[in-house]
Design a protein around this ligand. Structure first.
Ligand SMILES: Cc1cc2nc3c(=O)[nH]c(=O)nc-3n(C[C@H](O)[C@H](O)[C@H](O)COP(=O)(O)OP(=O)(O)OC[C@H]3O[C@@H](n4cnc5c(N)ncnc54)[C@H](O)[C@@H]3O)c2cc1C
Length: 570
């Protein structure tokens, strides 16, 4: 990986390093568009003939990539029916793009760098910002009805920490729904795209450093027999990890399965400890929790505790409009102190609430709260994962044949904290780049006789909720060494003894997040350690880790030692 992801904080120093696929391979062959991949299949659980490009995930990253690959045949595997189980569909704000007069890609990149806690890869951030207008044009061509002003130009909104109005949106808070429905329509009209819905990928097959296929099974049946799909190019587009937490805004499908299968195949993982918490998830007993958009605070809604006191005014000059991580910590502290936290829009919006924020209003009413008359109970919720499968500027992972795009990947664009509305942008930019890269790629010849990987045979079932609670309590908004070590030990035990693939995958990703959070002994961006409250300049590097490293850290903590015996941190 050297040269591709600069400034890395290497947790893998004691393990064998992987080579990246930027170089050439001795036995190369060009993809032939007239040939499918002919499988000599005698096994009943192998799909015999299949397109050799498989995209795992049906959100923005997956569907956009499939469309950009057309007319080349591609199979999309989606855990849920298209349109469901994808964070994309729930996006309320929109996509950041410097399309307004007076704005520039340079200004956009500078804002991205400013919030990223010193870890944003500036060249990557600038590259993404520069491509934004072209990708917005693509989305318009696929039928996304972005709002326009009276002159017919794209209407742009403003969001926290953006120095200009640059959020393109659809009918107020409907961007995600509009994007996903336009893409689904386009996909359904594209004959080269085959979609397999209601199936999850729960294993990648490898030969050495090359990914040769995957195993899928019915999403509704964790015990179902896996089906093997050989592939020469796999694009991981499985979204985030928010649902590993008990309090989250993410759909259940965002449980880190994609990250886990890549890590188990040997892929390098970057920055897993950096998880962004949204400060104002609505606590009305729903899982996932509905979101009270930041725009409400922009309209003057304030944060109060159970005594009716505003608590953010004492913590930051911008009070409720302080950066997202600071507000999340303020809300967390009030709840931890037993005072509770509420979003109060009674004065700022009152009777106009329903008109101005119909989605949030509906969520409150469904929970028995009228936000025009009563404060809304809130809590910080796991919202976005800055970390993920490490990729280069083409979306290539450290494994041959495996690309990753969207929230499951880590490009370096977000550093330790994400700028609002940059994630949809990153997803669409990298999905486009991955398609281009695959179209021009030469693939090595592999035998496709890979042995089936081990399936979980442990005893533990039903531990999902316990794992999620532990993530929220010990690997959440505020962390400390002891709590993280305890979580690491638990996740390692669950991973070893899981009886089902979903539980094992959740534990694998939880282990990667918790070990990297344990190893980063400082507070930076969204990662807050109460035992190391200061940012340490010497640690201003991105994290690079693998599952082998995470397991080694877990083993070193297994005896209850507070500090690992082996120095695994650079
Ligand atoms: C409530 C909410 C509001 C947001 N608002 C904004 C916003 O305004 N602007 C912005 O930029 N970002 C926003 N985000 C973040 C943004 O929506 C996501 O980062 C982005 O949509 C991720 O796109 P994706 O394609 O990577 O993943 P997703 O859209 O989550 O799609 C992932 C796909 O993978 C499938 N999948 C998962 N695991 C498997 C598996 N093992 N096998 C097969 N399929 C699998 C899922 O079913 C889904 O189809 C928001 C997020 C949330 C939750």
């Amino acid at each position: 990986m050297p040269g591709l992801v600069p400034g890395i904080h290497d947790l893998t120093a004691t393990t064998a390093s992987k080579t990246w696929m930027a170089g050439t391979s001795p036995a190369m062959t060009t993809w032939n568009s007239n040939k499918g991949l002919h499988m000599s299949s005698t096994s009943s659980n192998t799909i015999p003939t299949i397109d050799d490009i498989v995209i795992i995930g049906g959100g923005l990253a997956g569907l956009f990539c499939a469309l950009k690959l057309a007319p080349r045949p591609v199979t999309v595997i989606s855990a849920a029916p298209l349109g469901q189980g994808a964070s994309t569909a729930w996006a309320q704000g929109g996509i950041a793009a410097a399309v307004a007069e007076g704005d520039s890609a340079e200004a956009h990149a500078a804002d991205t760098v400013a919030v990223g806690g010193g870890l944003v890869d500036e060249a990557i951030a600038l590259g993404i910002a520069r491509e934004a207008p072209d990708r917005i044009d693509d989305l318009l061509r696929y039928g996304v009805p972005f709002d326009r002003d009276l002159a017919g130009k794209l209407a742009v909104g403003r969001e926290a920490a953006h120095s200009a109005r640059r959020i393109v949106h659809v009918r107020g808070d409907m961007a995600g729904k509009a994007i996903i429905s336009a893409l689904i329509t386009a996909v359904r009209q594209t004959p080269s795209i085959r979609v397999i819905e209601g199936h999850v990928a729960d294993e990648l097959l490898t030969e050495g450093d090359t990914v040769t296929g995957l195993q899928i099974r019915k999403a509704s049946d964790p015990g179902a027999r896996a089906v093997t799909i050989p592939a020469r190019a796999i694009v991981l587009a499985t979204g985030g990890i928010g649902h590993l937490y008990a309090v989250t805004t993410n759909p259940a499908e965002a449980s880190g399965h994609g990250l886990a299968i890549a890590a188990r195949a040997g892929a390098v993982i970057a920055d897993p400890e950096f998880v962004q918490f949204h400060p104002t998830a609505i606590m009305v007993g729903r899982d996932p929790a509905p979101l009270a958009t930041e725009a409400l605070r922009g309209e003057g809604a304030v944060l109060i505790n159970g005594h009716g006191e505003r608590f953010m005014t004492a913590q930051h000059p911008l009070a409720e409009l302080a950066p997202r991580d600071i507000v999340a910590r303020g809300v967390f502290a009030e709840i931890a102190a037993g005072r509770g936290a509420f979003l109060d829009a009674r004065t700022a919006l009152g009777a106009s609430f329903a008109d101005k924020f119909p989605t949030v209003y509906a969520s409150c009413r469904a929970g028995g709260i009228d936000p025009a008359d009563a404060p809304i109970p809130i809590a910080p919720a796991a919202h976005y994962h800055m970390g993920g499968v490490a990729v280069d500027a083409h979306g290539r992972t450290s494994l041959h044949g495996l690309w990753a795009g969207g929230e499951v990947s880590s490009t370096g664009a977000h550093g330790a904290n994400r700028l609002a509305s940059n994630s949809l942008l990153e997803a669409v930019v990298y999905a486009g780049r991955i398609a281009e890269d695959i179209l021009g790629h030469v693939f090595p010849t592999v035998s496709h006789h890979t042995a089936a990987p081990e399936t979980p045979r442990g005893q533990r079932t039903g531990d999902e909720m316990r794992l999620r609670r532990l993530m929220t309590s010990n690997v959440g908004v505020i962390r400390d060494g002891d709590g993280l070590a305890a979580a690491v030990r638990d996740f390692a035990a669950i991973e070893t003894d899981a009886a089902t693939s979903p539980l094992r995958n959740m534990a694998t990703t939880a282990l990667l997040v918790a070990t990297a959070a344990w190893a980063r002994r400082e507070s930076r961006g969204a990662h807050d350690r109460s035992d190391y409250p200061a940012e340490r300049p010497a640690l201003a590097q991105r994290t690079r880790t693998t599952l082998t490293t995470a397991r080694a850290i877990a083993a070193s903590l297994a005896d209850g030692a507070r500090v690992a015996k082996t120095p695994l941190i650079a």
